[in-house]
Design a protein around this ligand. Structure first.
Ligand SMILES: Nc1nc2c(c(=O)[nH]1)N[C@H]1C(S)=C(S)[C@@H](COP(=O)(O)O)O[C@H]1N2
Ligand SMILES: [Mo]
Length: 370
């Protein structure tokens, strides 16, 4: 079993502590399934080292039978389940928001804070079923093994999802991604995967599951991972709690600042919507949104996976802005501007995707035509 934390050479860390990073989006778009060692890492504290033989998962709170389960016990009692699903950080595309008004002290995520993997483990619904939820139970709270420090306080990472979401069959307690053990960075030996929700609820290094009549009172749910009003500052239960993903698009090719040749341009990337809503259409524009071309969509393996798209357009020499926007089966669309979605913690930027690049004239082509 590999417990190596080595990442792919194309992976780029965003901080000196090597707690956060991801690949340039160009490499993300290159495969339907993101290899584990290329998959973005978002850690609030240090990676805990957990001995799988000693690992126990506690299930408590509003349940008939509190449980303490070893990995062997989980394996013995539960059917294995596999789901292909995208994981998307609420900070995805935050760096663009910084151009509207600065977001000091927040990680400048671009399009690298998302990935699509094949997760295997057990269904959370089965574990909840064994414990037996009491009628008052309405939320399922998760706590991780990791701690982080913020203004002198030691915080344990955690968060919750509503009980009905937790009992949906796509929500996993995962041990593996893409057929390999998770690896220390991604939550070894056991993590939650909540497809269709922001990544913060997919708690890694899972220590405890607590059923409650309230959402989690963990710092990262009560104060953090909230959409604050412009001008607002974080406080207990200020702003709107993040839950389901908002429909979003990332352009993987071309890259920002790239030099391209005039003629045919390939535009490609991925789109994902909230809570399993299928992407029905992705459109691309190279004339500032005056005209749009429908992109070709890859058929995803599950409604929880991302949808990759590609379009070929003709471009002339000069500065070029490439735009992309998506729609889902329920008609959700993306807001046009960054100003509409800006918020003080820089979450959930799902404005139209925009990439600026430069197209060079090709004199060789002109002479060949003569
Ligand atoms: N225990 C724990 N779980 C966690 C986090 C964390 O810091 N600690 N980060 C969360 C956030 S914000 C995201 S986006 C995803 C990232 O998962 P990944 O690092 O495997 O890509 O894990 C979530 N689960
Ligand atoms: Mo995140």
């Amino acid at each position: 079993m590999s417990r190596s934390s080595a990442k792919d050479p194309r992976f780029v860390w965003l901080d000196d502590q090597r707690q956060n990073g991801g690949p340039p989006p160009l490499y993300l778009g290159a495969s339907r399934v993101t290899p584990r060692d290329l998959f973005y890492v978002r850690n609030h504290g240090e990676v805990p080292q957990i001995d799988p033989a000693r690992y126990r998962l506690a299930v408590d709170g509003l349940v008939e039978r509190p449980l303490r389960l070893s990995l062997a016990g989980l394996r013995r009692r539960l059917e294995p389940v596999t789901v292909e699903a995208a994981l998307v950080c609420a900070g995805l595309r935050r760096a663009e928001l910084d151009t509207v008004a600065p977001l000091p002290g927040l990680l400048p995520w671009g399009g690298q804070a998302a990935g699509n993997a094949i997760w295997s483990g057990w269904s959370l619904a089965d574990v909840i079923g064994i414990a037996g939820p009491l009628p008052e139970a309405a939320h399922v709270c998760f706590q991780g093994h990791d701690t982080s420090r913020r203004s002198g306080k030691v915080l344990r990472f955690g968060g919750s999802v509503p009980l009905d979401k937790a009992q949906s069959l796509e929500v996993l307690l995962a041990t593996d991604m893409n057929g390999e053990p998770l690896g220390p960075q991604h939550g070894f030996p056991l993590r939650v995967i909540v497809p269709g929700y922001f990544g913060a609820r997919s708690v890694k290094w899972l220590k405890r599951i607590t059923l409650s009549d309230q959402p989690s009172d963990n710092h990262f749910q009560r104060r953090d991972y909230r959409l604050l009003p412009a001008g607002g500052s974080p406080g207990d239960e200020v702003g709107e709690m993040l839950g389901e993903l908002a429909i979003n698009t990332v352009i993987c090719h071309p890259r920002a600042g790239q030099y391209l040749a005039e003629g045919s341009l390939l535009v490609s990337g991925f789109a994902i919507s909230g809570n399993g809503r299928r992407i029905s259409r992705v459109q691309v524009s190279v004339d500032g949104g005056r005209s749009w071309q429908d992109a070709e969509l890859e058929i995803p393996f599950s409604r929880w996976a991302w949808t990759r798209f590609r379009a070929e357009l003709d471009v002339g020499a000069g500065n070029l802005e490439v735009l992309a926007r998506s729609f889902d089966e329920q008609g959700s669309a993306q807001p046009e501007t960054l100003a509409e979605v800006w918020n003080p913690l820089g979450y959930a930027n799902n404005s139209w995707a925009r990439i600026d690049c430069r197209v060079t004239a090709m004199p060789a082509r002109a002479s060949a035509a003569r």
